[in-house]
Design a protein around this ligand. Structure first.
Ligand code: GAP
Length: 453
């Protein structure tokens, strides 16, 4: 199931505290969003799942966390200063500024006029001053992708944490793009978060690894609850490839507003390491790179057998956190008709992604015995370290069940008067709505099994 429209998701996200427009009380800031109490949990859970799969479950990938402010020389050398732009047109009629590929049948989507300027490149990078003098002589970019800092840290990582090819470096972090037309809720934003991994391989083995990583990434999204039927793979046409890419496969997801990119897996060849390497002429670099680098590093590895220096090729799975959050929310959303004619909204999130893992509900609000028993159980479950467990002391069981269905809590546990006598509680399952009695002593095991899926 999925939401019929983006509006339904936007409304749920605001009502339940997942996602808010930033600075809303001052009219907001276009293309920038904040995550609320539940959104931050969902987002962190998705990032944790990615980090587990990329770093903890493998021994050939290391993680880093690099800075956002970037030396302009890096982004000059990477080609971003010259090419990281979108085609911009102005509508002479209503003065709107539009991405040329977002025109509707060649007309302004705002007013329908075809009186438009010719497209011109608009660079998407944000600049900021560094230091106290604001004369433009000292500036930095806010990174437009997390990847460049992985390349510039390549030597630091292999010198401190030796690896032979193939191996990878992973990073999750903010990136900034001055999108001409941010839109579709959190799908296209100006401040985003990326989960990127650069996998360094021997030249010649790149195509094999490109296929392997595409398969691995599709399988990972399935584990996050994305139905394979909601995904299509797009082999990006040659004339649309980014300047660094030899081939890119986009994982396209059926968002409420249409089929769009969720993640791209690019074969970046030796373009980036080659671009940031000094003495390029002494190495075999296949990509066309700017030879005037001011870098002082040799971003290459020595083959342990032949002793030859090799500039590795790079396979890069690059996913957006916002687009991931939107996809898992959309995929989990459903509205069910109940026997009594009423409706319930359910977020069937995979339990490891659910913002609240379990709600413990005393049957009667403020009843000391029930609340104490419920608190004891909440603390026991919380101490397992599987995520947030909530004590709900509001008394209305039916209302609590509806709320927790809508925010995707996998189980609700009700502590009632029987619990005080025989030590059992009622466990209610979000998806089936089935209720069963369980010994309090067995709740931890049941909870662990539910969250581990
Ligand atoms: N390092 C490669 C790179 O940045 P990209 O295709 O430009 O490649 C990677 O971005 C991913 O980042 C995209 O697949 C998408 O999920 C996400 N992304 C890119 N621009 C975005 C934006 N303006 N808003 C939200 N997510 C974005």
């Amino acid at each position: 199931m999925a939401a019929e429209s983006m509006d339904k998701l936007v409304a749920l996200c605001k009502r339940r505290g997942f996602i808010f427009q930033t600075n809303e009380i001052y009219g907001g800031l276009q293309g920038v969003y904040d995550y609320g109490p539940l959104g931050v949990e969902l987002k962190n859970n998705l990032k944790r799942a990615w980090w587990n799969a990329m770093v903890y479950e493998r021994d050939d990938i290391e993680g880093i966390d690099s800075s956002i402010l970037t030396n302009p020389l890096v982004l000059k050398q990477s080609g971003h200063e010259e090419t990281f732009s979108d085609p911009l047109v102005d509508c002479k009629s209503c003065k709107a500024r539009i991405r040329a590929d977002h025109l509707k049948d060649g007309k302004c989507p705002e007013c329908g006029s075809d009186d438009l300027t010719d497209p011109r490149p608009f660079n998407l990078m944000f600049k900021t001053n560094v230091g106290p003098i604001e004369d433009g002589s000292s500036f930095a970019y806010l990174r437009p992708e997390t990847a460049q800092q992985i390349f510039t840290n390549f030597k630091n990582v292999i010198d401190s944490t030796p690896h032979h090819l193939p191996f990878g470096i992973a990073q999750i972090g903010k990136a900034f793009r001055n999108e001409i037309t941010p839109r579709n809720f959190i799908f296209r934003v100006r401040e985003l978060e990326q989960m990127e991994m650069e996998f360094f391989v021997r030249p010649g083995e790149d195509e094999k690894w490109h296929k392997t990583w595409t398969d691995l990434r599709v399988a990972w999204w399935e584990k996050q609850g994305i139905n394979k039927k909601s995904i299509e793979l797009l082999d990006v046409p040659k004339n649309e490839l980014a300047h660094y890419s030899k081939a890119t496969i986009d994982i396209m997801y059926k968002y409420p507003h249409g089929l769009e990119e969720l993640e791209g897996i690019a074969n970046r060849t030796d373009f980036d390491l080659g671009s940031h390497t000094r003495d390029q002429s002494k190495l075999r670099i296949t990509a066309k790179v700017d030879k005037n680098t001011k870098s002082n590093a040799k971003l290459a590895v020595q083959d342990p057998e032949t002793k030859e220096w090799v500039v590795p090729y790079v396979i890069e799975p690059a996913a957006g956190v916002e687009r991931g959050v939107l996809a898992v929310l959309n995929e989990a959303y459903r509205v069910e008709e109940l026997e009594d004619g009423k409706e319930r909204t359910v977020l069937s999130l995979k339990p490891h992604l659910s913002p609240i893992k379990a709600a413990v509900i005393p049957l009667k609000k403020n009843n000391e015995d029930l609340v104490n028993k419920a608190k004891e159980l909440k603390n026991a479950l919380q101490s397992l370290g599987l995520g947030r467990v909530l004590l709900e002391n509001s008394g209305n069981i039916g209302k609590n069940y509806r709320r927790h269905d809508e925010i995707g809590t996998p189980i609700c546990i009700t502590v009632d008067f029987e619990s005080l006598e025989d030590g059992t509680v009622t466990i209610r399952d979000r998806d089936t709505m089935e209720q069963s009695r369980l010994d309090i002593a067995s709740v931890s095991d049941h909870f662990k099994k539910t969250i581990d899926n």
